[in-house]
Unconditional design. Structure first.
Length: 119
């Protein structure tokens, strides 16, 4: 079975914070990963779980269109990456009439799910 992927671009959270969560689910089964994300206190977990659910839905749709059999319980997170997106550049007032830059970082989240070999 081929793999399915989902991408979320320019998520409004820094890549560092997103990577803390995404490192926990890499290589896990989809059900285990969703359970871990559901009970995580991190804000990034909610966004990552949306991307993971989308990847699973993409896998189901691909199996439906190619008339292949797919067991969702056999899916696992093959690749989970967070890359840096474009920064929103803002300015904040500083002492003596100056201004200092504020970089509001964004993230690109990509998740690829695949079916485990040998059912």
């Amino acid at each position: 079975m081929a793999e399915a992927r989902a991408i979320q671009r320019t998520a409004r959270q820094s890549p560092y914070k997103m990577r803390l969560v995404i490192d926990q689910i890499r290589g896990l089964g989809v059900n285990d990963a969703l359970a871990l994300l559901q009970f995580s206190k991190k804000h990034a977990a909610k966004q990552i779980s949306k991307v993971l659910k989308s990847a699973v839905a993409n896998a189901e749709q691909a199996a439906r269109t190619t008339n292949a059999s797919l067991d969702v319980d056999q899916l696992y997170v093959k690749v989970a990456t967070v890359n840096e997106g474009p920064k929103l550049k803002r300015w904040t007032p500083a002492a003596m009439g100056r201004a200092t830059p504020v970089h509001k970082r964004t993230s690109h989240v990509e998740i690829i799910v695949a079916e485990k070999e040998g059912r």
